[in-house]
Design a protein around this ligand. Structure first.
Ligand SMILES: [Zn+2]
Length: 54
């Protein structure tokens, strides 16, 4: 089971997870991005600016 890179909590990946999907860590709330599904790699999602418009 993958771990949160921030706090080490076990992250449950949905069976239908897609690459680049964002998952919040249930423990610390950090947004995690699925960098790759094979092998499964998680990393902190980049901070999204609020002024993307649209
Ligand atoms: Zn965490």
């Amino acid at each position: 089971m993958p771990e949160c890179p921030e706090c080490g909590a076990a992250i449950t990946i949905p069976a239908n997870a897609m690459q680049h999907e964002l998952l919040p860590c249930p423990d610390c709330g950090t947004e995690l991005e699925i960098i790759s599904l094979n092998p499964l790699t998680l990393d902190r999602a980049p901070e999204v600016q609020e002024d993307w418009g649209e």
